[in-house]
Design a protein around this ligand. Structure first.
Ligand code: PLP
Length: 396
């Protein structure tokens, strides 16, 4: 591995001293053939694991036809994927982009435009929550509101009002004549796998309806089957007006999407937004292939089954290693271990056991296995977590 000292790459990442050249299913392999069990999935991106045959076939088949045209022409791949998404969600309209931050940018723009188009341009404020993460562009950093990411990048973009996670009084108090929308991740990812209780999501919907606000969900990390339903908010029985999706929807190919109701999207007429690469034929071919698998017979049932299996084993792990693990949280295959040791030390110790897991806020270790994870994969991962705990206990 190149060290940052000799690297020509901008040193913005704290990279682990390991790299992968090949992957199959739940496993990634280094140059010398060492296998690692991948319970990070490239941060919930490799929803179907590595080199899924259906995705490889879709990508190579499309690669031989046409890669890129332009959004100035008809886009049959977008039509197909948008139809699937609208048939399986609250949405009537879909826009395609290349990443999560871009999906969030349009989510924000669409909410603002909705009111501007109705003659209320002063209604552009969006209420967000502490610990949120919505991306790293100038606007999405302001939406996330985390000082450590905003520092040194000039004035914070205006129009975002942040309230504490779970503080209902503060939320009500933050709503004013300038408020356009409330934005939330149904399960905070980077913030430390913090699920929003279902009754709170329902409460947010009611609050938005009462005050005439739009409800915006960021399902970039928790969407596309991660919780055992296509979208996490389905568990709560409420729907947003606009939703950002990315990560898993491309299965490893860069793809983002914004889903919206006809009404919420009504301000976005021709020339109000666009993207050069967004939804190109390669990306949408892979996106459609991902959904063919995720929406296939029994697939999400199996995600739910594996999720219960994983959760039970993690609870047992916590009980047997109380000095290492404080609590287990999360939903579906989006699980967090709040650790009593420094989470980065846990991630490093797991890497030594050839298990890939991720850190997150609030001193949490994130487990985001691919949705194709098997009983054996989970048993093996828990054995490795067990060994990780034992190694850390010896150190402390
Ligand atoms: C990853 C993530 C983003 C940003 O996505 P990028 O593709 O990195 O721009 C935004 N919101 C959430 C919830 C995420 O997990």
């Amino acid at each position: 591995m190149t060290t940052s000292v000799n690297s020509a790459v901008l040193p913005v990442y704290n990279r682990a001293n390991v790299g992968f050249v090949r992957g199959v299913g739940s496993r990634a392999f280094t140059e010398d053939g060492t296998a690692y069990l991948d319970f990070g999935s490239g941060v919930a991106v490799n929803a179907l694991g590595h080199a899924h045959p259906h995705l490889v076939a879709a990508l190579t088949e499309q690669a031989q036809k046409i890669w890129h045209t332009s959004n100035v022409y008809q886009m049959p791949g977008q039509e197909k994927l948008a139809k699937t998404l609208t048939e399986h969600s609250f949405a009537d309209k879909v826009f395609f982009c290349n990443s999560g931050a871009e999906a969030m940018e349009l989510t924000i723009k669409m909410a603002r435009k909705f009111y501007a188009a109705q003659g209320q341009p002063e209604k552009y404020h969006i209420i967000t929550f502490e610990g949120a993460f919505h991306g790293r562009t100038i606007a999405t950093l302001a939406a996330g509101g985390q000082e450590k990411y905003l520092e040194g990048f000039g004035p914070k973009a205006p129009g975002f009002d942040q309230v504490a996670f779970g503080d209902h009084a503060a939320l009500e108090a933050a709503i004013g004549p300038q408020t356009a929308a409330i934005l939330i991740e149904p399960i905070q990812g980077e913030g430390g796998i913090r699920p929003v209780p279902h009754q709170c999501l329902r409460g947010l919907r009611a609050l938005c309806d009462k005050h005439g606000l739009l409800l915006l969900f960021d399902e970039i990390q928790c969407g596309v089957g991660r919780t055992g339903k296509l979208f996490a908010h389905e568990w709560a029985g409420v729907t947003p007006d606009i939703m950002a999706v990315a990560k898993g929807i491309g299965g490893g190919f860069p793809l983002g999407a914004v889903l919206a109701t006809e009404q919420a999207a009504s301000g976005m007429i021709a020339t109000t937004h666009g993207s050069t690469f967004g939804g190109n034929p390669l990306a949408t071919a892979v996106g459609s292939a991902v959904l063919e698998v995720v929406l296939g017979d029994g697939f999400l049932d199996n995600v739910q089954r594996q999720a219960i299996h994983l959760k039970q084993k993690l609870e047992r792990l916590k009980d047997t290693h109380p000095t290492i693990i404080e609590s287990v949280r999360g939903e579906g295959l989006m699980m967090g271990l709040k650790t009593k040791v420094v989470n980065a030390d846990f991630v490093k110790a797991a890497l030594a056991e050839h298990l890939l897991v991720l850190g997150a806020g609030d001193n949490v270790v994130r487990l985001l296995p691919p949705l194709i994870v098997t009983d054996d994969d989970i048993n093996e991962a828990v054995q490795k977590l067990e060994a990780t705990c034992v190694a850390l206990e010896k150190k402390n």
